[in-house]
Design a protein around this ligand. Structure first.
Ligand SMILES: [Zn+2]
Length: 140
């Protein structure tokens, strides 16, 4: 995984407006990623116009790394998040990102199980609630 550098904002001139705009775009990216993980939309949307960011390629010891080509710090943040998703799709870890099966939860998680069958973000909270709900809803 690629880490986002501590300081992506190069100058103090970053305005509150820019940060608000970045916040809105990151929320939109989060929503889109969630819909991709839920397989409601194609990951193509990440490249197909929603976040139009050009990438260059940087070669490193672990392999090539996509680098967003933009002068905007905000766009660089979005680009680095998209690059992390890209790397995840390339290295095969993307399929392990899932959304919790409890409809009221909303959390996403990384399935580390060998069988890749994890259904809830946490067995102690959402898993237990889901099982309790099923127990009380079963016909008697
Ligand atoms: Zn959950």
């Amino acid at each position: 995984m690629m880490a986002i550098p501590q300081s992506v904002f190069h100058s103090d001139a970053e305005t509150h407006l820019t940060r608000s705009r970045l916040h809105i775009r990151i929320l939109a990216l989060r929503d889109l990623v969630r819909r991709c993980v839920l397989k409601q939309v194609s990951p193509e949307l990440l490249t197909g116009g929603v976040f139009q960011i050009s990438f260059g390629m940087k070669f490193e010891e672990d392999g090539p790394v996509p680098v967003p080509e933009t002068d905007s710090a905000s766009e660089r943040v979005i680009g680095q998040l998209v690059a992390i998703i890209y790397n995840s799709m390339i290295d095969g870890t993307w399929a392990r990102f899932k959304c919790c099966a409890l409809p009221t939860c909303g959390w996403a998680y990384y399935d580390t199980t060998k069988s890749r069958t994890k259904r809830w973000c946490s067995m102690r909270t959402c898993g237990a609630r889901s099982k309790a709900r099923r127990y009380y809803e079963r016909p008697r």
